[in-house]
Each structure stands twice: as structure tokens, then as C-alpha cells.
Design a binder for this molecule. Structure first.
Ligand code: ZN
Ligand code: ZN
Length: 242
């Protein structure tokens, strides 16, 4: 399986950037996790819209779903131009009725996932963990049977991440704050908390994401390094892991 980071900023896209969005590929199947602000533009550097097979959404905050509406327009235009009637499947939870209903459009089909059940999409099996966030949000453990990626989406620290992320090859965490800053009220983690999960879960690699627009980002990696002994990457556009 191949992971490509499309967008990684928390809250809003920094200049020329995009908020949360990750592309997963396996056997020519193309799955997108979240599609934040600016992500549809960036995504097309790696894959064209008609090539997409499915989208899975962690929650309905703007920085994770902002580009769903324009993706629906892209699908509509693809129909007008290429007569492509294939509906794109967009998976979301149903705890926000309005958010969930917005996933269905002429050429997109909203599909409910059940957070307590494993979701099979193409070659991927996805299990969910309810995160600690001001609105219902679900992190994901995604496997192709060989490798495993865990994505915390948006969450403040909870020990539940440790068993959920156990032995993941890659752990992508919310890291919206620096060491010593408390992200609990906002529903986010700092560098130390992200690293603590990675270390306790024995993750193969830690990717710090959902990054802040303030401070020196490299500092986040240095802080995490004091706790987690494995390799650490700061999320960046076009980052690829295979
Ligand atoms: Zn959020
Ligand atoms: Zn967010």
C-alpha cells in the first residue's frame, strides 16, 4: 500500500497549502481519507478525479470536508464532458445528519459506516476509534492484510490510542500543538502526546500532522524525539510512504 500526504495543516490551509487529506493506493485502487480545504487542487497532482474509487471522512469539521462540495461539482463536470456516470462513494458517519446527507449528490453516493464494525473498501479493511473531540470524530486503522496505517484524525490524548495503534507500520497523529501546550479543550494533541502513543504502541514510524500555523515546525519533531525512539516525519505535501 502506498500513502501520499495531500494536505496536513490544522484548521485552515497555510499559504499554498491544504488541510487534512491523505491518498492511499493499492492494486490501482485509490482511496482518499478526508478532503479538507485546498485538498482537491493538491490531490490532482497525484490522481485525477475520475480515477478516485472512494473517500472516507473522519468527521464533518471544515478542515476535513471543505472540498467535498467542489469534488461533487468536479464529478458533475466529468459527467458533462466525458459522460462518466460512475458515482463516487463517500463514506461518513451518521452522528451528524446534516453532514452525512451532504455527501450524496448526482455523482457521489454517501454511504454510512458503522464505527463498531470493520469497513471493507476495495483492498482495505478499516476499523474505527471514536476520538476525543468537540464533535463526533473517528480515527482509523487501515490495513491491506500486510501493512497497517493508523490515522488519529482529530483527537486530544487518550490511552485508547495505544492498543488501537499497536504495531502499526505508520502512525499519523494530530499534532496541532507544541510541548507544554494543552490542546485538550480544542480536541487536539501536542508533540509529546503524539510521541507517547507512538512509543507505547510500538509504531514503526510516526508522522506528525494536522500541524499548526505558528511556531517552528521542526521543533515538534525534536520534542517528539525525546520520547519516541523510532523514525519521525513532519507531514508535508507529497510525502510518500510505501
Ligand atoms: Zn476537527
Ligand atoms: Zn481538524
Amino acid at each position: 500500500m502506498k500513502l501520499t500526504i495531500v494536505g496536513f495543516w490544522g484548521g485552515y490551509p497555510n499559504k499554498d497549502g491544504a488541510t487534512s487529506s491523505y491518498l492511499l493506493e493499492k492494486d490501482n485502487f485509490k482511496l482518499v481519507l478526508d478532503l479538507g480545504s485546498g485538498a482537491l487542487s493538491k490531490l490532482q497532482k497525484f490522481v485525477s478525479v475520475p480515477e478516485l474509487d472512494a473517500v472516507v471522512l473522519s468527521h464533518y469539521h471544515h478542515d476535513h470536508v471543505a472540498d467535498i462540495g467542489v469534488l461533487q461539482y468536479a464529478k458533475l463536470i466529468d459527467y458533462y464532458v466525458n459522460n462518466n456516470e460512475k458515482k463516487l462513494k463517500i463514506y461518513g458517519h451518521t452522528e451528524d445528519k446534516e453532514g452525512y446527507q451532504s455527501l450524496s449528490h448526482q455523482y457521489t453516493e454517501g454511504i454510512a459506516y458503522h464505527p463498531d464494525k470493520v469497513l471493507n473498501i476495495g483492498p482495505f479493511q478499516i476499523s474505527f476509534l471514536r476520538t476525543v473531540h468537540p464533535v463526533p470524530c473517528f480515527g482509523m486503522r487501515i490495513t491491506d492484510g500486510k501493512k497497517t496505517i493508523v490515522y488519529t484524525a482529530d483527537s486530544s490524548y487518550t490511552e485508547a490510542w495505544i492498543p488501537f495503534a499497536r504495531n502499526a507500520d505508520v502512525l499519523i497523529t494530530d499534532c496541532n500543538y507544541f510541548k507544554g501546550q494543552d490542546g485538550t479543550a480544542a480536541g487536539h494533541m501536542n508533540s509529546e502526546e503524539a510521541a507517547r502513543i507512538a512509543q507505547a504502541a510500538n509504531a514503526g514510524r510516526l508522522v506528525l500532522s494536522h500541524l499548526p500555523q505558528f511556531g517552528v515546525l521542526e521543533q515538534l519533531r525534536k520534542e517528539a524525539k525525546q520520547i519516541y525512539t523510532g523514525p519521525i516525519s513532519l507531514a508535508e505535501e507529497g510525502y510518500v510512504w510505501k
